[in-house]
Design a protein around this ligand. Structure first.
Ligand SMILES: [Zn+2]
Length: 96
């Protein structure tokens, strides 16, 4: 029996995909299709919005300081905070 009707749950792994591509997204290096896919996801995902904002600030700051577009890897502490925010958002969405 293949009942693949739980499409809503597929939003969770989408987060990881979005996270992995956010730097390309900011640099404008994504295909228009991927770009739109990410924008649509972010519009409905507070943790991703927060992450994107932080990443943008980081990119901007590194531009201002050194004229480079490089951004250091996400600090483990920040990543842990994000995951907590994520789980909170996801459990609220899944919560019955
Ligand atoms: Zn997300």
């Amino acid at each position: 029996m293949n009942r693949e009707t739980h499409t809503h749950n597929q939003k969770d792994p989408a987060c990881l995909e979005v996270f992995a591509r956010l730097s390309d997204y900011i640099d404008g290096e994504l295909d228009p299709v991927d770009y739109r896919h990410i924008e649509e996801h972010i519009a409905d995902c507070p943790p991703c919005i927060e992450f994107l904002r932080s990443l943008r600030q980081c990119v901007r700051a590194s531009h201002a300081i050194e004229g480079r577009g490089e951004c250091p890897p996400v600090p483990p502490e920040f990543e842990a905070r994000l995951k907590a925010a994520w789980q909170d958002a996801l459990s609220r969405r899944a919560g019955a």
